[in-house]
Design a protein around this ligand. Structure first.
Ligand SMILES: [Fe+2]
Ligand SMILES: [Fe+2]
Length: 178
């Protein structure tokens, strides 16, 4: 059993994870409208990952006899911009999620709720990897630019990563499956 306040915070995070999925789906659509098929596939794969994060929290609440309370999901931004700006927005978004997860861990520790604290460790580790992946992509965009052949190269790389994610062979996916 977990406290009502802890359950409220996990429910709020379910909403944030589903919003993240929505956020990535909007970026996928934008990438596809720019004919960046690999980038679109990468964002679609992220959309699926975020839904799986929401489901982990859903399952945890049920396992702990707490109520799942689904709330309205906000619309994602429709900003547009170039590929570099899309990944900058992605990094800013993931950093916000990281700080929300850290706040939840702080709260679990303040309640001496060890079960939730241990449950949340997976998300702490996941956020390190998510931020690192996006920083890596931004680094390559900074190095090669996001025009012409460089754009094609990065789009192809993202297609390859998305295919790995679909096969479940990236670290993130392996962790999700494990
Ligand atoms: Fe997530
Ligand atoms: Fe994420």
């Amino acid at each position: 059993m977990i406290s009502n306040e802890m359950a409220r915070r996990i429910n709020a995070q379910i909403n944030r994870e589903i919003y993240s999925a929505y956020f990535y789906l909007a970026l996928a659509a934008q990438a596809e409208s720019m004919n960046l098929k690999g980038t679109g596939a990468w964002f679609v794969a992220k959309h699926g990952e975020e839904l799986s994060h929401a489901m982990k929290m859903y399952r945890y609440l049920i396992d702990q006899d707490a109520s799942v309370r689904l709330t309205e999901v906000a619309a994602p931004p429709t900003e547009g911009g170039n590929l570099f700006q899309m990944f900058e927005r992605t990094l800013a978004h993931e950093r916000e999620v990281t700080s929300a997860i850290n706040d939840m861990v702080d709260h679990a520790l303040s309640e001496k709720d060890h079960a939730t604290s241990i449950f949340l460790q997976w998300f702490v580790t996941e956020q390190i990897e998510e931020e690192a992946t996006v920083k890596d992509i931004l680094g390559r965009l900074r190095l090669f630019g996001d025009q012409g052949q460089a754009l094609l190269m990065i789009d192809n790389e993202l297609a390859a990563i998305a295919a790995q994610m679909a096969r479940g062979t990236t670290g993130t996916q392996a962790a999700t499956n494990g």
